[in-house]
Design a protein. Sequence first.
Length: 181
Amino acid sequence: MSAQDFDTPLEWLVHLERCCLNHAHGLPQQEEGDDEWIGIGFRLGGLDLVAPLGEVAEILTPPSLSKVPRTKAWVCGIANVRGNLMPIMDLQGYLHDRPAVLNRRSRILVVNHNGVYSGLVVDAVLGLRHFREDQRCDELPGDDEKIYPYLKHGFRSGAEHWGVFSMYDLAERPQFLQAAV
């Protein structure tokens, strides 16, 4: 059929539309990943950990710090972050009484929960981590009992074993909130 076989241009357009719809392929459908868990991967000591995405307010490179007198050794200092004063805590020092060694890979994970606005020094941030529900396990990584109260469960992905570290649980601990000597 050609355009001359139709009485009006509108009839020709209707015919073209029908032909297009009959031969068109549907768009690819994106399946919802409701069972996918997403978190921020980070390294602390020899452990690979992951914090729930919603519990990390932001990730910073270590800023300039001002020391705070009469605080515990794991309080690194206070920093001015976009006009807000933020205490910076050494997570390794808090858990193990050994200070973290700051280097170019060190990062600050910011937690903002129930009035606690604080930065936590970690050895490195390993980016977003995605896990399926079938990768979840109850076995916790490592043998460090001091970190276990903050670990909810784990995820196994191949040979990797990730512990889920709750920033919110840390921010609610009275020991963490008592930073003064």
